[in-house]
Write a protein that binds this ligand. Structure first.
Ligand SMILES: [Zn+2]
Ligand SMILES: [Zn+2]
Length: 373
């Protein structure tokens, strides 16, 4: 049986962005979902086709293989990195969970009891990113109940079948024309509840707490760096293992320095006279030091100098990037009459040789105009 083009199936093209592919898939999957079309074989077939197309087009590697080899990429022998078994009803849980919830009558995966991951946003400045820094952070989390040790039960008490779901861990309810099965909210899907819950944590095995934690921000972090602190997230229910804490680093703008990865940029203004005669400027470095930079006579606006190793440290390494200095040549403003007179006098002394760029430009302009006639 020949297969339809995956792009046509989803009503998208090769260049459609992933978010639009996802949204197109959602719309179609909603429309053809078997629960909305009970007994309709065509809808079921269509639904499988949509799911199969999305499975491929939502995965960059599979998409690339499909773009190159078409359906042959996934023939019997299997393409690179491709696993069998899509088209069933269990293989697209990620997207389904967020729009069908527990609909669909498929068996819900056993709820992961691991505690929640937490996100903490931390803003640091360039100097802190340069040296690395220890910071104390403060956040609300869930910690193990110390009265019951996380078990949730008052000392010595046991478990009984959940009164809401009768021990199955699932509840059913009719919604419209289909039946919805959900994880029992009372027992969290476990099917069992505690006979005598801990009075301190109401049987949760954990309690809220504002926690202080000293965190290490390594030298070289960048805007958008994410640091994972394993096991520092919220504790799970009934003493199960904690999630992770993620630090999201954002950088404050620096008034003098710009940054791109390990490179530091600095614009240094110099006068038209210094640029003409040459001289030296003292520039600050991100380490807090200063460096004298020789400016050759005849330097131009935008000329750059590279200072090796004066940039940012490389994350988890001992090497440093470079610093790039760009000259900003400042044209004098608010001239006095005498200054104007001196400049005019100076101008009278100028020859073509003093401004090769302009001379070159105007001779090219002349050639251009001559060439037009
Ligand atoms: Zn407790
Ligand atoms: Zn229950």
């Amino acid at each position: 049986m020949s297969k339809n083009d995956y792009y046509e199936v989803l009503g998208v093209t090769k260049t459609t962005d992933p978010a639009s592919i996802k949204s197109s898939y959602r719309k179609l999957a909603m429309k053809y979902h078997p629960d909305k079309n009970p007994g309709d074989k065509d809808a079921e077939k269509k639904f499988k086709e949509i799911s199969e197309a999305y499975e491929v087009l939502s995965n960059p590697e599979k998409k690339e293989a499909y773009d190159t080899y078409g359906h042959d990429a996934f023939s019997q022998s299997g393409g690179p990195g491709f696993s069998e078994g899509f088209g069933g009803f269990g293989s697209f849980s990620d997207i389904f969970d967020d729009f069908f919830g527990d609909f669909g009558g498929r068996a819900a995966p056993k709820r992961d009891q691991r505690g929640q991951d937490l996100k903490y946003e931390i803003e640091i400045d360039l100097r802190e990113a340069f040296t690395g820094i220890k910071k104390e952070i403060n956040f609300d989390t869930l910690i193990r109940c110390d009265v019951c040790g996380g078990s949730g039960s008052e000392r010595g008490s046991g478990m009984k079948d959940c009164g809401i779901c009768g021990g199955s861990g699932r509840t059913r309810a009719s919604q419209g024309f289909f039946t919805v099965e959900r994880t029992c909210s009372s027992c969290g899907g476990a099917g069992q509840t505690i006979t005598d819950p801990c009075s301190s944590c109401s049987g949760e095995g954990r309690r809220r707490k504002n926690r202080k934690l000293e965190v290490n921000i390594p030298a070289g972090v960048e805007d958008g760096s994410r640091i994972r602190l394993s096991g520092e997230g919220a504790v799970g229910q009934n003493g199960s293992s904690p999630g992770d804490l993620y630090l999201f680093v954002s950088m404050q703008e620096h008034p003098i320095f710009g940054r791109n990865g390990t490179e530091i940029f600095c614009n240094v203004p110099i006068s038209i006279v210094d640029a003409s005669l040459g001289g030296s400027v003292e520039v600050p470095t991100v380490s807090g030091g200063r460096v004298k930079v020789k400016v050759p006579a005849g330097s131009q606006h935008g000329d750059q100098f590279r200072l090796n190793g004066k940039g940012m440290p490389t994350l988890r390494s001992t090497s440093f990037g470079d610093m790039i200095i760009s000259l900003i040549i400042e044209i004098p403003k608010n001239l006095s009459d005498n200054q104007k007179r001196l400049l005019k006098e100076f101008n009278d002394e100028l020859s073509h040789n003093n401004s090769p760029e302009s001379s070159g430009f105007f001779s090219k302009v002349k050639d251009f105009w001559d060439g037009l006639t």
